[in-house]
Design a protein around this ligand. Structure first.
Ligand code: NAD
Length: 316
């Protein structure tokens, strides 16, 4: 069967990379990018584009009817830090948007749906080291509990309606092609831009704040691997833990210094994102992803830092 893939929220940090990766695999015409704004530069000339607002049911229904997608990737969301400034808006977009897509996916018999969750589903009472797939989850950000509720809805649509919905709990994602959209791990992208432009960076997280992170190339590969896995091998229909590797701002700065010896890092006090980071896991156990669909990480901290600096140098 030839695929017709609809990506909603395609202009963002993940969407711009995923659109081009899927177009390389399936051909440009098979991948319809969509968002509420004009297409991002990275995807503007590489294939079809639609204006789609996931909160506008008529508009979204029309897009499903017009393209009859076989796969849908829903990436539109308000992320953790912005969500704390606009809590009701974050709940509405993250929840109502998901329900619209799940309903239309059932109506139009979409073969597979991808929706990302996040390590933000965990909270202060979750184990912080090697956080397991199943444990106490008491997220205290709107973003976190919208993702946790979203996971429950995904599993529910799989169980009740047979919808083949697949999901990953992404850690913080780091890439050089697109800027992050307002999350708690954004420092780990900004630091590279500032290191190359100004040779210094003030981190909004404290020196010893360890968080799980992943290089974008691995995140895109994980997403496509999960979507290609045989349905009967997937034991989790809420969302799979995905570990990446963990580091602190201090450790990231030390790795950057190996390439830019004069680089200096400083730290700001009292940023609201610190409290969010403190409630999240420091490392993740993703053994179900290894066992069920053969996940293997490629990038560690030194490899990611080297690749980020080489590529970013050419574009800023
Ligand atoms: P982003 O903020 O960079 O992009 C989101 C996109 O959604 C934007 O282009 C925005 O214009 C679009 N959008 C907003 N409202 C919309 C609407 N009503 N209709 C259609 N599109 C709309 O986000 P991202 O970093 O690419 O994240 C994508 C998904 O991955 C989100 O669900 C996010 O929670 C999840 N995630 C991201 C990370 C990360 O580190 N980037 C980590 C964990 C989970």
């Amino acid at each position: 069967m030839s695929e017709k893939i609809l990506i909603i929220g395609a202009n963002g940090q993940i969407g711009t990379e995923l659109v081009n990766a899927l177009r390389n695999i399936h051909g440009a015409e098979a991948v319809i990018a969509s968002d509420i704004n004009d297409p991002a530069y990275a995807i503007r000339n590489s294939g079809p584009y639609e204006f789609a607002n996931v909160l506008d049911k008529d508009n979204l229904h029309h897009i499903f009817e017009k393209h009859r997608p076989t796969q849908v990737y829903l990436l539109a969301a308000i992320l953790s830090a912005v969500g704390e400034q606009k809590p009701k808006m974050a709940w509405d977009l993250n929840m109502t948007g998901l329900l619209h897509v799940l309903d239309f996916a059932v109506e139009f018999k979409v073969a597979k749906v991808f929706w990302p969750s996040s390590i933000a589903v965990f909270g202060p009472h979750s184990p912080q080291q090697q956080t397991p797939q199943y444990c106490v989850m008491d997220p205290n950000t709107v973003y976190g509990f919208s993702k946790l509720a979203g996971e429950r809805w995904c599993e529910y649509y799989f169980e009740k309606y047979g919808l083949d919905v697949r999901s990953l709990r992404y850690p913080g994602l780091i890439g050089w092609r697109a800027n992050p959209g307002g999350g708690t791990t954004d420092y780990a992208v900004h630091i590279f831009h500032e290191a190359l432009k100004n040779g210094k960076y003030q981190s909004f997280l404290s020196a010893n704040t360890a968080l799980p992170m992943m290089y974008m190339d691995d995140a895109i590969r994980a997403t496509i691997s999960l979507m290609n896995a045989p349905a009967n091998e997937l034991s989790i229909r809420s969302s799979y833990n995905l570990a990446g590797f963990s580091f602190t701002p201090d450790e990231l700065a030390a790795e950057i210094k190996k390439h830019i010896p004069a680089f200096e890092i400083s730290y700001s006090d009292k940023d609201p994102r610190q409290a969010i980071a403190d409630s999240w896991p420091k490392s993740i156990d993703d053994s179900y992803a290894h066992k069920d669909w053969g996940w293997q990480l490629e990038y560690d901290l030194p490899k990611m830092v080297a690749d980020m600096l080489i590529n970013l140098k050419n574009v800023i």
